[in-house]
Design a protein around this ligand. Structure first.
Ligand code: PFF
Length: 456
């Protein structure tokens, strides 16, 4: 986005915001989190966090962006000159950078699986009866081939650099808006196939019938983290985006639409993955966590006609969805470097994205042939995922809500929520209360849950 640009149409801005929000978070990360956090109970926590905390935080970030009309840091200082709260913006940018390091690795897997689908290598020798073992083993083998995952993630980073240098991100965004409906159609098709599998009902039960006894601090913080990750909250992305929103955009309506679309895609993925998991059985431990989707989806494709074509199309669309998220995020960093350090575009692009190749390579290796690359007993990949989603995003989101709710002049938030007083203020008063009290209290409670629960 260039300076002084405003989004042309309402649909355009919603599409751009949804495009940046929908990504691997919904399609890859959500099922993995449901799987490792006990199923339906996690879904419930996630939905509550999405609506009770996610929407108010999104409104807070929109208000900071459109109220401050700057990047993720200067929006704070444009509202309150010289404020230390700009550290919140810096934390958000740092979190996003660390997220990009492992996100690029997973985007690389999509690229590789697209290639494997085109060449047919992925489905070689796979039959309905041995599929579970074959696809699990294939993902495992792939992760443990030293060079391949590293090359794939570097390739993804170079594609991002190319798009940002070529200034063609507008083109990519348009392409993505065009392709996303096709992704939805494929997801619905996959859902129908999955639901008709023998034993599908067990998977649906796991996904929809909550066992409340599994809810603990870990599940709460994971649900909160997933809600924020999938809505791109606490990342500075929405602050930067909304700085370009026209004054008449209805922020509440936009936040509700973005959240609903995001929830819809995530839930659709649940309906695809869990019936398949219970129907085919998990092919060993390796299928849990990060690799769940990559090992399970091919089993569903195998049951469909034109397996390779649908599989290739799906991974292509997933790649484009991931690319729109990373390119728009890359642009946030580039815009910041250009504004603050008066850097040329090329330099800003190289400086912000090239170091990621090293970070992503380390993440990829930590999951594959160098499991000794650990921090606090976790692979560097999982460590970065956990520390960003479970701490940095919630803290940055909390900071944003406190800043706009309490530190900034109240007129800014009310002005943004009512579009300068041109809209009824009834809901704005509720939103104000949600942003000032409910969201901060909710986030603090979840983060401090292990301590709080011992008090009772
Ligand atoms: N909401 C995005 C997703 O769910 O994929 C999160 C995201 C991650 C956006 C990384 C951008 C990004 F670079």
């Amino acid at each position: 986005m260039s300076e002084n640009t405003e989004f042309g149409s309402k649909l355009g801005l919603i599409a751009a915001t949804v495009g940046s929000a929908i990504g691997l978070g919904n399609i890859w990360r959500f099922p993995a989190e449901v799987q490792s956090n006990g199923g339906a109970a996690f879904l419930l926590v996630y939905i509550i966090c999405l609506f009770v905390l996610g929407i108010p935080v999104m409104l807070a970030e929109f208000s900071i962006g459109r109220g401050g009309r700057g990047d993720a840091i200067s929006s704070f200082t444009n509202i309150v000159p010289g404020t230390r709260w700009r550290a919140v913006g810096a934390l958000a940018i740092l979190a996003t950078y660390l997220i990009m390091a492992f996100y690029m690795v997973v985007t690389g897997w999509t690229l590789e699986y697209l290639w494997f689908s085109i060449t047919g290598e992925l489905y070689q020798g796979a039959t309905v009866s041995n599929a579970s073992d074959i696809f699990g083993a294939r993902m495992n083998d792939y992760l443990h081939t030293d060079a391949a995952p590293i090359i794939a993630s570097c390739l993804v980073i170079f594609i991002n650099i190319g798009v940002l240098l070529g200034g063609v991100q507008k083109g990519i965004e348009k392409l993505s808006n065009l392709l996303m409906p096709i992704l939805f159609i494929i997801l619905v098709g996959l859902c129908c196939v999955s639901l008709s599998l023998p034993g599908a009902s067990e998977g649906i039960k796991f996904f929809l019938k909550p066992d409340f006894s599994v809810i603990n601090g870990e599940v709460l913080v994971s649900g909160l983290g997933q809600a924020f990750f999938s809505l791109s909250l606490g990342m500075g992305i929405l602050i930067t985006y909304s700085a370009y929103y026209p004054a008449h955009t209805r922020l509440t309506q936009t936040s509700v639409i973005v959240s609903l679309v995001s929830l819809f895609v995530s839930v659709l993925m649940g309906f695809i993955i869990f019936p398949a998991v219970t129907s085919f059985g998990l092919g060993g431990e390796s299928l849990a966590g990060e690799t769940l989707v990559f090992a399970t989806l091919p089993e569903v494709f195998l049951r469909m006609p034109a397996t390779r074509i649908i599989s290739a199309l799906f991974f292509l669309l997933l790649f484009v969805a991931a690319l729109t998220s990373t390119v728009s995020t890359g642009e946030v960093a580039v815009a910041y470097l250009r504004d603050h350090f008066k850097m040329k575009r090329t330099r800003a692009v190289i400086i912000s994205l090239l170091p990621l190749t090293l970070c992503s390579a380390v993440c990829a290796l930590s999951l594959g042939s160098m499991p000794q690359l650990q921090i606090m007993g976790k692979s560097i990949f999982s460590f970065l995922d956990n520390i960003t989603t479970q701490f940095m995003l919630p803290i940055a989101a909390l900071g944003g809500s406190l800043f706009i709710g309490w530190r900034a002049p109240r007129s800014i938030l009310m002005g943004q929520l009512t579009n300068g007083g041109t809209m009824k203020s009834g809901f704005a008063h509720i939103a104000l209360w949600l942003i000032r009290i409910v969201a901060p209290a909710g986030i603090i409670t979840v983060l401090l849950w292990p301590v709080i629960k011992d008090l009772f």
